[in-house]
Design a protein around this ligand. Sequence first.
Ligand code: C2O
Length: 541
Amino acid sequence: RSTRFYDFKIQTKTVNKLCNSNQIVTVNNMFPGPVVYAQQGDRLIVKVANESPHNATIHWHGVRQILSCWFDGPSYITQCPIQPGQTFTYEFTLVNQKGTFFWHAHVSWLRATVYGALVVYPKPAVPYPFKYPYEEHIVILGEYWLQDTVQLERQVLASGGGPPPSNAYTINGHPGPNYNCSANDVYKIDVVPGKTYLLRLINAGLNMENFFAIANHKLTIVEADAEYTKPFTTDRVMLGPGQTMNVLVTADQPIGKYSMAMGPYMSAQNVPFQNISAIAYFQYVGAMPNSLSLPARLPSFNDNLAVKTVMDGLRGLDTSAVPKEIDTNLFLTIGLNVNKCRSKNPQQNCQGQNNGTMAASMNNVSFIKPTVSVLEAYYKGIEGFFTDNFPGAPLRFYDFVSGAPNNAPIDTNSMNGTRVKVLEYGTRVHLVLQDTGTVTTENHPIHLHGYSFYVVGYGTGNYNPQTANLNLVDPPHMNTIGVPVGGWAAIRFVADNPGVWFMHCHFDVHQSWGLATVFIVKNGKGHLETLPHPPADMPRC
Ligand code: C2O
């Protein structure tokens, strides 16, 4: 095992995009930020110096942080933000994990530009379950704003309404020729005819799920969320923010220039969104450089069937550890709400629709981040920052079992709280995420920190344990699941990683509105099941 050192300087940079010059926050003046390469079992040491005017943290999305919860990164959950001028060193081991991950800022909406890939290779002696291709490329899908996104979050929360759509979708930071002034702001992969390529797809977008396709070429999915899958060949894929996917593509078409396209997936068009696609090129060596590219065919923005086809195709490769027995059943509703206010005071009850302020909740609780980290409060036994009474079932009565699909909930209010769910070490959890489908109708990409979970079922309408037909044979092992609009997903994991773990919608706007909760997983009995002390340079709030 070796140790790898990286230096991250969070800095403001001036970029010219979309006919504008504006300032964005980056790492090391790169956008997207530097790629972190490592090997399974390595220790990573990343010194982060915050030279930007905003508070910052870095989260290592998908890394389980076994016994290293202090370095997970979500602000006010496992750490206080790194304030301007401060530094903090992240230090953790990539225990038994390999594949495509990414890192991103985890405070306010800073991650709009503060993100990059984290690629973990298997140990040299460990073979891939597929023929390793000729070459690999990282393809990061993103959303770009012409506005400072930290200010944008403040404005959106103050307005009480929803966010404006991004100004562009991007592929590795480039919008491509569909956008103004962007004909040359295009990402391109040069390919050799006949060769096969591994694309490491990452959706780092803020608030949109996205389709991705390459004109005339098939994609074979071999990995999702840094876990191998059975190979599945398709014309297009869909990734929610927080999801990663490895696909193989063979350059088996006539020599030419082909579009790689990223476009929106939005179940219903009732919130504004960017309906232009970002374009990159998949260009054969020998193609005329100025030739027109063949257009990629993306599904229409509301093509739920295309999404279901991809989800159905995701089957785990190594599923020997799927929990068959369950200790705890949890049922969580997830959805948006219209509240009277969105006060930062968890004591203040903001129910009622008077002002029509947007909120979001799990089990009708809108999560409010505390003013010190939940982890610190828990670890040091400081009271008053959270309560351990997060409800394991909805607070209000929804008849999800016998109700007709998409029954509207009785009301759409939520109450504020910093309420967490405590799990004993080793608890085998079956968790149903039920989308209420109220207010707006879009998927919620729910992400759990500290774990990967088996997606044992999903469907439309209301979860019904009698008819759910769970897959305990080859479910995919994911860390982010797009819960179908007006539908449900059932996931399973064993709570064997002590710490404080955020679970939230990976749409930043929904997270800001409170679509989140926290699991506290207690220590086990042995030394190797006990969370160590915090590091000395832990930022203070
Ligand atoms: Cu990718 Cu809580 O984050």
